[in-house]
Design a protein around this ligand. Structure first.
Ligand code: SF4
Ligand code: SF4
Length: 186
């Protein structure tokens, strides 16, 4: 629909007073803000020279946990993939090896697209056997989109890396919410 003259609202430019025309009050106001920030507590962290202090419920890169025998804990139940709001978990289940008497299935492939993930922690909450956890690892990078699609071996290597470093002990317990879903301590 074309505009008519009545649709147009003309606005007068505000008249500046004597002090406004000098811009001095505005400059003093700006300087006050700058000086206030100069003497206030610094909150910027000089990463990467300075490592950030992470809250205990920080949600970083995933890992697939291993059981006491070193096998992948996952039983390929698809609960995490079903709970995932970003649809970034892809699992192909297969019958477990015959010598694995404690389960029927295991994940033949287990893939998470770390770029699509929104790090909500729903997969950790949904897992009935505490096989998937979000770690405090935040600086795992890749040179391409493909490198940020983590397969089972990569996710198990994150478990090995984080448990060896002692930064992320296995946190969750079956039937209870994982640390990723708990509020930070007061
Ligand atoms: S953290 Fe959330 S978005 Fe990421 S894989 Fe788990 S459920 Fe999906
Ligand atoms: S919820 Fe746990 S056991 Fe089930 S498929 Fe996901 S990681 Fe595996």
């Amino acid at each position: 629909m074309p505009l008519t003259e009545t649709d147009v609202r003309w606005v007068e430019a505000p008249k500046l007073g004597f002090w406004d025309q000098l811009y001095l009050p505005a400059m003093v106001d700006g300087l006050k803000t700058t000086l206030g920030h100069m003497f206030s507590k610094k909150i910027t962290e000089q990463y990467p020279e300075q490592e950030p202090t992470l809250p205990p419920n920080y949600r970083g890169v995933h890992r697939l946990n291993r059981d006491e025998a070193g096998r992948v804990k996952c039983v390929a139940c698809y609960m995490c993939a079903t709970a995932c709001p970003a649809h970034c978990i892809d699992i192909v289940a297969a019958p477990a090896p015959t010598e694995w008497k404690d389960r029927e299935k295991y994940p033949e492939t287990f893939v998470i697209d770390e770029l699509r993930c929104i790090y909500c922690g729903m997969c950790e909450e949904a897992c009935p056997v505490d096989a998937i956890e979000l770690t405090t690892l935040y600086d795992l990078t890749g040179a391409s989109r493909e490198q940020m699609v983590f397969d089972k071996e990569k996710l198990l290597s994150v478990f090995d890396q984080t448990t060896k470093a002692g930064t992320d002990p296995v946190r969750s317990r079956a039937g209870k919410l994982g640390a990723a879903s708990e509020p930070p301590p007061q």
